[in-house]
Design a protein around this ligand. Structure first.
Ligand code: 48F
Length: 264
């Protein structure tokens, strides 16, 4: 006989047990778009403990919607390997590009990362970071997105980590809040500030931002469209090669430090 009380107990018990195991992790990723999921997969495949908080009920960010809801993505040929590794079916287009089904691509990215050990928490927002006296970002402040949307005064909780990745896309939400709340902070960028993204210019937008993916403050790594938003670089629309490379690069930067056992 199915018992409602059993179902309730099963959900609350297993979910809280699992969450209790993730109060202190290696890496917290804020945002489950293509960059966040790619970064998470490489970190999890390397055996690191990584959790991802996604503000919306479902992961994917800007990828499932393709270009203006046409459910296709375009990637540069050089980025093909990152999707081939996880068996996304690519169709060559015009020698320079591949196209793929946007829903297949993002689904396989999530599955591969989850299979490698990633834990995704849907409908949970990163609303701030935890900072320590030695000027290091040391965790994320989280709350239910529904609480924030309802404007309820409910105190958040904190999850501790060695690194936080801002993969929140066009808003660069985490970095923006961090700078706003700590006016003395200077990011490791030319201006030290959050500039905001520029109008679309795909070639220029894609050109530099993978190289500029970096730890912009001790413990805080910027990845994906958030890089362009912070540095004042153009948006690039529905081409995703750079997003994949940026996620991979963010993972490489973090792995190098974690494996050295020195976070400096
Ligand atoms: O926007 P998004 O897909 O960023 P991305 O991974 O990729 C950008 C492309 O999709 C596209 C593009 C291609 O050239 O320009 O836009 O850099 O994914 C960001 C995710 O972060 C979530 C948001 O809901 C989205 O799924 N997010 C935003 N703010 C928060 C958040 C937050 N404070 N906490 C948790 N998740």
């Amino acid at each position: 006989m199915i018992c409602e009380a059993d179902i309730t107990r099963a959900i609350i018990k297993t979910a809280t047990e699992e969450l209790l195991n993730n109060i202190e992790v290696d890496v917290i990723i804020a945002g489950g778009g293509p960059t966040g999921l790619t970064c998470a997969r490489y970190l999890a495949q390397a055996g690191k403990r990584v959790v991802l908080f996604e503000r919306k009920l479902s992961y994917g960010g800007g990828m499932p919607g393709g270009g203006m809801l046409f459910p296709r993505i375009v990637i540069q040929k050089e980025a093909a390997g990152i999707l081939e590794e996880i068996k996304v079916r690519l169709v060559p287009y015009d020698k320079k590009y591949y196209t793929a089904d946007s829903v297949e691509a993002i689904s396989k990215m999530a599955v591969a990362a989850i299979d490698a050990g990633l834990r995704i928490y849907p409908a949970v927002s990163v609303e701030d970071v935890v900072i320590r006296e030695d000027d290091r970002v040391s965790g994320a402040v989280i709350n239910w997105s529904s609480v924030l949307m309802a404007g309820l005064h409910v105190d958040p909780l904190a999850i501790m980590s060695k690194f936080v990745v801002d993969a929140t896309g066009h808003e660069a939400f985490v970095t923006r809040v961090f700078v706003q709340k700590n006016p003395d902070v200077r990011l490791k960028t030319k201006t030290g500030k959050v500039i905001g993204e520029k109008s679309m210019w795909a070639q220029k937008g894609e050109a530099d931002f993978v190289r500029l993916t970096k730890e912009i403050f001790p413990g805080l790594v910027l990845s994906g469209m958030a890089v362009n938003a912070v540095l004042g670089m153009p948006r690039m629309g529905a081409i995703f090669g750079g997003m994949l490379f940026s996620g991979k690069r963010a993972a490489e930067i973090i792995l190098k430090k974690l494996n050295k056992k020195s976070l400096k």
